[in-house]
Design a protein around this ligand. Structure first.
Ligand code: AHR
Length: 508
């Protein structure tokens, strides 16, 4: 069966600019994400520059990773930054209690992270330790990173080989304080966040954008408590507040928290449940935004979805605390659905998929035995979407009812789309979520002349299609030829369970 639907895109009616920062990433000291996945140490036989894997850095540069969140996650609230500076061989060791109870040698610390960000061309997003650290410790870290004038902390940085300060904008005030970050009630955390934020100073021209640790899932009460504690309610600029944004965490799985489902071993029912759960991010953003609107109607306080993505049971034989999972066409579609929502969600200023390498919904998987690197289907969605970074979003108005699938008693749409324009190009994203049927989408393109087009598709013979060191290209983008000109625009035929982009050249 071939399903069909029609949509109008007004190429001359730009909406909000899609912040490139919604394409952000997250690398925690967890399993083989930072160590092994990114940082192998300068003496490793794996090709590296100052310890960073050259292949992984090149892959991440290619998707123009705009920011990188570090060092956690839950790890952030156990991390003491002074343990990770100075000569690597002399650094204090610690136990990474949360993620496998393994000994952490702190060889990847502040200088290595900032070096990595420079290699990637990404802005750092540092999560400070509010759970088990002190106000002074966090304030000193900001001074260490950003102050120029020979103050105690900047002198210490200079003694450690980096006299120049680094620009650091994004700063998290702890992580998940309602859980691993301290098991705090909402009001207690809100008070703590105000106190910590007070002492995080802007040094010189460096302006810190403070992100308070917001809710998980549908905890609207947490959002309300945080928003009530802003210093200026109603009309005032974001910078005048104690914090400029709050975070939201939302993970997608097919089952329950205790039994989330498997990355590779799933059936069609699990697939549709997963997509239903992925689409829920739209409702969560709308409702948290509505709470934020009532305290900050001018919209100056941002929403930062700084942990999102799929979370499956770990692969058989892997350390259960290391959260290593494979990544299929299903994960790719979870990502494309999230981006369609992020593109038009006014409050969402930034988002960070969890996590960059070897953990949860990763871009890259590395093989510990051979050192080989594999790009995941999710990576390819990020690559296909680079054109959306900082482009003006365009509305996609469906003219016909969308095909649906009933999942747990509720119909879910089987097509998802978004579009953007930048100067003389536009990019249209189309996801066909139907597991078995192709779909033909007629695009009525109004407002500007379309002088050319190029389409790309990501799909696999099965929903479980994935890449391995033996078959690294099993799921990779290819040219999509099934695109035809129509009287009013283009007709695009999408294979079952596929993600496609159509790049338009625009005249006039
Ligand atoms: O991403 C893995 C963990 O999930 C993070 O450390 C934590 O913030 C969340 O619960």
């Amino acid at each position: 069966m071939n399903r069909s639907a029609s949509a109008v895109i007004n190429l001359d009616l730009p909406g909000r600019v899609i912040p490139r920062h919604v394409y952000g990433h997250f690398a925690e000291h967890l399993g083989r994400c930072v160590y092994d996945g990114i940082f192998v140490g300068a003496d490793s036989p794996i090709p590296n520059v100052r310890g960073m894997r050259t292949d992984v850095v090149a892959a991440l540069r290619a998707i123009k990773i705009p920011n990188l969140r570090w060092p956690g996650g839950c790890f952030a609230d156990e991390y003491h930054w002074r343990d990770g500076i100075g000569p690597q061989s002399e650094r204090v060791r610690m136990v990474n209690r949360l993620w496998g109870d393994v000994v952490e040698d702190n060889s990847f610390g502040t200088h290595e992270f900032m070096d990595l960000c420079e290699m990637l061309g990404a802005e750092p997003y540092i999560t400070g330790n509010l759970g088990s650290g002190t106000v002074r410790e966090m304030a000193d870290w900001v001074e260490y990173l950003t102050r120029a004038d020979g103050s105690p902390m900047s002198a210490l940085r200079g003694a450690n080989g980096h006299p120049e300060p680094w620009p650091v904008r994004f700063w998290g005030l702890g992580n998940e304080p309602w859980g691993c970050g301290g098991n705090m009630p909402a009001q207690y955390y809100a008070d703590q966040a105000r106190q910590y934020a007070t002492f995080l100073r802007d040094h010189g021209d460096n302006k810190i954008y403070k992100i308070a640790a917001g809710p998980s899932d549908d905890d609207y009460q947490w959002t309300q408590t945080l928003m009530q504690s802003l210093s200026c309610l109603g009309k005032c600029s974001g910078s005048a507040n104690h914090f400029q944004a709050i975070s939201l965490h939302y993970y997608t799985f097919s089952g329950e928290w205790e039994d989330k489902g498997h990355a590779l071993d799933f059936d069609e029912a699990d697939y549709y449940l997963t997509l239903k759960h992925a689409q829920r991010i739209g409702e969560l953003i709308r409702r948290h935004s509505a709470v934020m609107d009532s305290y900050n109607p001018c919209g100056t306080v941002g929403l930062v979805v700084d942990e999102w993505g799929t979370w499956w049971e770990v692969e058989p034989g892997e350390n259960p605390a290391f959260l290593y999972q494979q990544n299929t066409m299903r994960d790719a579609l979870v990502a494309s659905v999230h981006f369609d929502i992020f593109h038009t969600a006014e409050r969402v200023v930034m988002a960070n998929i969890a996590q960059t390498v070897n953990v949860l919904q990763a871009m890259v998987l590395t093989d510990p035995a051979t050192g080989a690197m594999v790009l995941t289907p999710t990576y390819h969605v990020f690559a296909m979407n680079v054109g959306h970074h900082d482009a003006a979003s365009l509305g996609v108005a469906w003219k016909t009812p969308l095909p649906t699938q009933t999942v747990a008693g509720t119909p879910i749409p089987l097509l998802s789309a978004s579009a953007s324009a930048k100067r003389d190009t536009a990019l249209v994203s189309l996801s066909n979520l139907d597991a078995e049927n192709a779909a033909t989408v007629s695009l009525e393109l109004r407002g500007r002349e379309v002088t050319g087009y190029r389409a790309t598709v990501l799909t696999a013979p099965s929903l479980q299609g994935h890449n391995t060191p033996e078959h690294p290209q099993a799921v990779a983008p290819t040219a999509l030829d099934a695109v035809a000109k129509t009287r009013t625009g283009l007709s695009v035929e999408l294979p079952p369970h596929s993600y496609a982009t159509v790049e338009l050249s625009l005249g006039g």
